[in-house]
Design a protein around this ligand. Sequence first.
Ligand code: PEP
Length: 249
Amino acid sequence: MALRTKLVAGNWKMNGLREDGAVLARALVQRMVAAAADVPGSELLVCPPATLLTTVGGLISGSGIALGGQDCHAAAKGAFTGDISAEMLADAGCTHVILGHSERRHGHGHGEGDTAVHEKILGAWRAGLTAILCVGETRAQREAGTAIDIVASQLAGSMPSSAASDTLVVAYEPVWAIGTGLTATLEDIAAMHAAIRTRLPAGTRILYGGSVNPQNAASILGLADVDGALVGGASLDAESFWTIARSCR
Ligand code: PEP
């Protein structure tokens, strides 16, 4: 990929019943139609909960908005109660899957480490999905001055050696900035993205995530090594998500 087209991805997390998902998807499609499927300079992706994939996938089909999952199991199938495979996501219409999100690395008993994330990425590729690999430091690690070392070690431990720019996207998401309303400074984002860039295959896109909103999007997305955004809370509102996407211009 010579030119790194910006990617704006919405992580809906565990939000929405079918009707909520349909309303949000229709509102985004309406905006895409009005813009003739042309959000200047960016690609759009939505990652709804698994129960909404079919509904949302049907509504956004042909609109130019892509569909993604929020996690997958490393195996293609088997006795893994409650899990979902990359093949199942692809079958539901997904082209992308978020992997190693901090809410899976650190939260609610999931405790996923780099090895598990590495295996999941291989699973995603086996099914033909692009993996969005999330990395990021905790507040304590940022304050200890080890943020870049931590992220470098997450990349080394979770990114398979066969990574390529058309099957991998990296999302830098400081854990302390997710869902808190806090964002890293532009200087810290620029320094981290530049450090990540040196560790990736040429042309790999690096997204920033952590309380991106319509007010701060343009300045973050304007940084040289920021190739898009992974958006949580603000992606649940069509106008906010659309404004962020249009900030890529
Ligand atoms: C996320 O969940 O990846 C995220 C960045 O969330 P928020 O935008 O709400 O901070």
